[in-house]
Design a protein around this ligand. Sequence first.
Ligand code: ADP
Ligand code: ADP
Length: 225
Amino acid sequence: NTLVSARGVSKTYTAANRQPVLALSDVDLDVAQGEIVALIGPSGCGKSTLLRMIAGLDNDYDGELSWTRAPRPGKDIGFVFQEPALLPWRTVERNVSMGLEAQRDRSAEGKARVRNLLELVGLTEFARSFPKELSGGMRQRAAIARALAYDPQILLMDEPFGALDAITRDRLHDDLLRIWEQTHKTIVLVTHSVEEATYLADRVAVMSARPGRIKAVHQVPLDRD
Ligand code: ADP
Ligand code: ADP
């Protein structure tokens, strides 16, 4: 039940001084349906690069990324960044429905999904609020709801809790696990924190830099019941 697998994926950037930078070297990784995989490693080891490749945001690489079921363009890959990047002039509800609007989806089903997502992330009462009226944690929960709008095959999260204070971060960890329990969404999560990786993930891929590689993949014993 592999969802996506990377085989021998390498990525070379051209630096400003025109020198090549080998950002990823020969990466193999299988992501199974419904699992949470954390990518952990020092700055510059290629975590964001690998996420962007999986997201299809950069197709200029060597090696192969293959999907069991081809992702629907613009729908099947949800992305959450460190900054929630909500549109300040839109309500929470209309931020969450942004993707649906971009696809001109005005269906009753789409509207119902937005309501369900707001409930899932605990923002039903804030549907009509604007981002500036929310706390940082609530804004990130709105960003997660927005990323789930099309019921994507996979949720890619690039240090999603990195900008939050410690207490909010702990809360969001439990929120994410609750969301996972209800959706069984496949998640690839980039983090700097071993604690976060082992708390949230089923498996932890440890990366090293220069060149960016996966050193080891550890299974995390985790009892979610
Ligand atoms: P991480 O997310 O683990 O911090 P990145 O994927 O951002 O690592 O970067 C991996 C390497 O690729 C780093 O050496 C970084 O400097 C380099 N890099 C990333 N993006 C670019 C780019 N657009 N142009 C040139 N080099 C880049
Ligand atoms: P609507 O809510 O009418 O559908 P959108 O939120 O889609 O509008 O915004 C339409 C365009 O107007 C956007 O592409 C955005 O660039 C611009 N825009 C709207 N409000 C603002 C604002 N307060 N600040 C900056 N740009 C804005």
